[in-house]
Design a protein around this ligand. Structure first.
Ligand code: SF4
Length: 364
C-alpha cells in the first residue's frame, strides 16, 4: 500500500465525466421547467422495488422500517407487465430494480426482464441492484439485457460480511463465487452490462476498504462505489464523520494502487457531504424526475421519504403520476425531517440555475 499524496487528489478531480457526473440532470431541462411551472412531467427514471423480502439482515439497511411495516409484499406478474407497457409509453429512460428487499427474491422479475427486452419496441435501459447471493447460474442470462448491475458487498472478509449481514460467514465465499461467474458469463457472451460492486462504509467495516478494492480489482469488474452509511442516531453519524479523513485516505490509496482505465474507484465526495452538511436549497423540487414504486403497489415521493400515493394495482401510471394525491405527497415534504438526501446537488442545481440564475447562464 503506497502513501497517498497530491497525485491522487488530482486523479479524483480529473475523472469527473463519469456515471456520477451530477450536471447531467441539465439534459432534462425541459422536464425541470415543467416542474417549475407546476406541471408533472413523466419521470426520467423509474425505481421499482420488486420485493420487500430479503435473504440478508444488514445492520445498516435503510429499508428496515419499510420491510417491517410491509413484510411480505412482492409485485405480481401483472404489475410487471404494466410497468413494461407504461415505461415504453411514457419514454422512461431507465428502470432500476432495487429494494425494498432483495429484488431477486421476486419470482417474476427475471422472466419479466426477458419478456421486456425481447419485445420489438424501444424499451428503457435496465439496472439491477442486488446483494448477489441469489444470482444462480440459471439467472446469468439476464446479463444480456441489463445495462447496469450493482452488487452490494460491503466487506473484504468473511467475518465482517457475516457481522454486517447477520448471516453465516460462508455466504461471503458464495458471493465471491457468484461474482466470478457473473464476470465470466458477461465476458464470454460479450455483454455490455456495466458491473460494479458497492461498499457502504460503516463503523465496523471502514478499515477493510483497501482490501475490498483489491478484491474487486482481482474480480475484474468495471467499478466500485464507496459511500457512507446513514445512521439513524446522530452520535453514530458523527463518529463516522470524524473518521472521514482516514476513510478518504484509504479510498485514495486504493484508487492509486488499483484504478486503471478498465477499473474505476468512485468515492463521490459530494454525496458524503450531502449526508451531513446543512441543506443548501430551500425546497425539494427534484422528486418528479424519478418515480419510486414499492412492493405493495404504492408510489413514494423519493427513495428515502415514504410519503405514499396511488395504487398501481387499480390505476394507470399516468392517472397516479398526474394526480392531486401525488402533488399533496410532495407538498408534505419537510426538509427538516428528510433523513439524508442523495438529491442534494440536483435540488441545488435547480434552485441556483433555473430559479436564481446565480451562474448567469447567458455568459457562456
Ligand atoms: S430526501 Fe427529502 S429533499 Fe431529498 S429528494 Fe427526498 S424528499 Fe427531497
Amino acid at each position: 500500500m503506497k502513501k497517498c499524496g497530491r497525485i491522487q487528489l488530482n486523479l479524483l478531480k480529473d475523472d469527473i465525466f463519469n456515471r456520477f457526473f451530477p450536471y447531467k440532470i441539465l439534459v432534462y431541462a425541459d422536464k425541470i421547467r415543467e416542474i417549475l411551472n407546476e406541471n408533472m412531467p413523466c419521470p426520467v427514471v423509474w425505481h421499482v422495488y420488486p420485493s420487500n423480502i430479503c435473504n440478508l439482515d444488514c445492520n445498516f439497511c435503510i429499508m428496515r422500517k419499510e420491510k417491517n411495516d410491509n413484510p411480505k409484499h412482492i409485485l405480481d406478474k401483472n404489475i410487471f407487465d404494466k410497468i413494461g407497457n407504461d415505461s415504453i409509453l411514457n419514454d422512461i429512460k431507465l428502470i432500476h430494480f432495487s429494494g425494498g428487499g432483495e429484488p431477486l427474491t421476486n419470482p417474476y422479475l427475471v422472466d419479466f426482464i426477458y419478456r421486456l427486452k425481447t419485445t420489438k419496441k424501444k424499451t428503457p435501459n435496465l439496472a439491477l441492484s442486488t446483494n448477489g447471493l441469489l444470482f444462480t447460474y440459471e439467472k446469468l442470462g439476464i446479463l444480456n439485457y441489463l445495462d447496469h448491475l450493482r452488487i452490494s458487498v460491503n466487506a473484504a472478509t468473511q467475518k465482517t460480511y457475516s457481522l454486517l449481514t447477520n448471516r453465516p460467514e460462508k455466504n461471503f465465499i458464495k458471493l465471491v463465487k457468484n461474482i466470478e461467474d457473473i464476470v465470466s458469463y458477461a465476458k464470454k457472451n460479450k455483454c455490455t452490462c456495466n458491473i460494479g460492486l458497492a461498499y457502504i462504509v460503516t463503523l465496523s467495516n471502514w478499515k477493510e476498504i483497501y482490501d475490498f478494492v483489491k478484491l474487486a480489482s482481482s474480480l475484474k469488474i468495471d467499478f466500485v462505489h464507496i459511500r457512507p452509511v446513514f445512521y439513524e442516531k446522530d452520535y453514530e453519524n458523527n463518529k463516522l464523520k470524524n473518521l472521514l479523513p482516514q476513510i478518504m485516505e484509504l479510498c485514495q490509496m486504493a484508487q492509486y494502487d488499483f484504478q486503471n482505465k478498465h477499473f474505476k474507484v468512485y468515492t463521490i465526495t459530494y454525496k458524503f457531504e450531502g449526508y451531513w452538511t446543512n441543506r443548501n436549497f430551500t425546497k425539494c423540487r427534484s422528486t418528479p424526475l424519478q418515480a419510486v414504486l414499492c412492493a405493495d403497489n404504492s408510489f413514494i415521493v423519493c427513495q428515502d421519504v415514504f410519503h405514499r400515493f396511488g395504487d398501481y394495482y387499480s390505476n394507470s401510471f399516468l392517472e397516479i403520476w398526474k394526480s392531486d394525491e401525488h402533488k399533496k405527497a410532495i407538498e408534505k415534504i419537510d426538509l427538516n425531517k428528510c433523513p439524508r438526501c442523495v438529491e442534494t446537488l440536483h435540488n441545488q442545481i435547480i434552485e441556483e440555475i433555473f430559479i436564481k440564475n446565480t451562474v448567469k447562464i447567458e455568459l457562456i
